[in-house]
Design a binder for this molecule. Structure first.
Ligand code: ATR
Length: 284
């Protein structure tokens, strides 16, 4: 991706669009990096209604933005508006990061798969894709990116298990991956021989029901990870930790997915550190 010409632009501007966007942790995350690296930049929070997305994206270049992040509900709709889609965005079927080129074109990508796999490799160094099948619970937007990441990492089999089975089948077909789809009621049995268990559903999130799953069949060396990060230790991760399985919380995916955007806009590869984690958690 083409980075901004920092010398010519002076203050570098980026931000996040969503509706609503109040809950986004991206401003605290990018704000921390801007301060840490002493970069003359801003990262704005922009509430944009779905019907205003095209106009908002089209005005980015004129307003001098280097780029933007997109969150719910804009990730899919933006695909039709931007000028260029990366192969990742095309495969995942959603956009989360946009770069404005010096010519004012909008180049879009999706860094969620990168964020997921980078976090997994760094936070669970013993995880080996070849260890066994990956069990993915859920079939929403997050599951799409995670399945792409797992396919690219070379897991021998992806098993998608969703409450609404048809949605899991659609996801596998859509992504063109040779995934196995199993019914929600089989989720405990499917853990036998698994090398990885990923929760991509909203179950376990503060205010939601916990994810009910018996981990009895899960091999002790299988890694367990959750995309939910509020709370940081979900009931699933707590149960896995007690059994001795390696566990990876969901905050890391959020932090790592932000790296490519920051680097493209502000010209500095930022580091994910314990101080960053603490800062983003404290920002609530
Ligand atoms: P996102 O795009 O952020 O992943 P989503 O598309 O709303 O969010 O997906 C939420 C996931 O959580 C879905 O897989 C959903 O299952 P359905 O496809 O059957 O709706 C899953 N989910 C939400 N509440 C659930 C519940 N009570 N039990 C089981 N799965 C649930």
């Amino acid at each position: 991706m083409t980075g901004p010409d920092r010398g010519a632009r002076g203050l570098i501007k980026a931000g996040v669009m969503g509706w609503p966007v109040d809950h986004s942790r991206s401003p605290s995350l990018h704000g921390f990096w801007l301060k840490t690296y002493g970069i003359d930049g801003t990262y704005d929070r922009l509430p944009v209604r779905p019907e205003g997305l095209a106009a908002a994206l089209r005005s980015l270049a004129e307003q001098g933005y280097a780029g933007f992040n997109l969150t719910v509900p804009h990730k899919e709709a933006a695909m039709m508006i931007v000028d260029e889609l990366s192969p990742e965005a095309r495969r995942i079927g959603a956009v989360n990061t946009i770069f404005v080129t010096p010519e004012g074109r909008l180049k879009a990508t999706n860094t969620d798969a990168y964020g997921f796999i980078t976090n997994l490799k760094i936070s669970a160094p013993r995880f080996k894709p070849k260890l066994g099948p990956a069990i993915v619970l859920g079939a929403g937007g997050a599951a799409r990116a995670i399945c792409v990441a797992l396919e690219d990492a070379g897991v021998p089999e992806i098993c998608i298990i969703n409450r609404t089975k048809e949605r899991a089948e659609l996801l596998a077909r859509d992504l063109g991956i040779s995934a196995v789809v199993a019914p929600w009621t089989d989720r405990a049995l499917r853990l036998k021989d698994a090398g990885l268990l990923v929760n991509t559903t909203s179950l376990g999130m503060k205010g939601q029901a916990p994810l009910e799953i018996d981990l009895h069949h899960l091999p002790p060396e299988a890694t367990v990870t959750d995309i939910v990060y509020a709370p940081l230790e979900t009931p699933l991760l707590a149960a896995a930790r007690v059994r001795g399985n390696p566990v990876v919380d969901g905050l890391g995916m959020l932090l790592y997915q932000a790296q490519p955007g920051f680097e493209g806009w502000f010209g500095k590869r930022p580091e994910v550190t314990p101080a960053l984690r603490d800062h983003v958690l404290a920002a609530g």
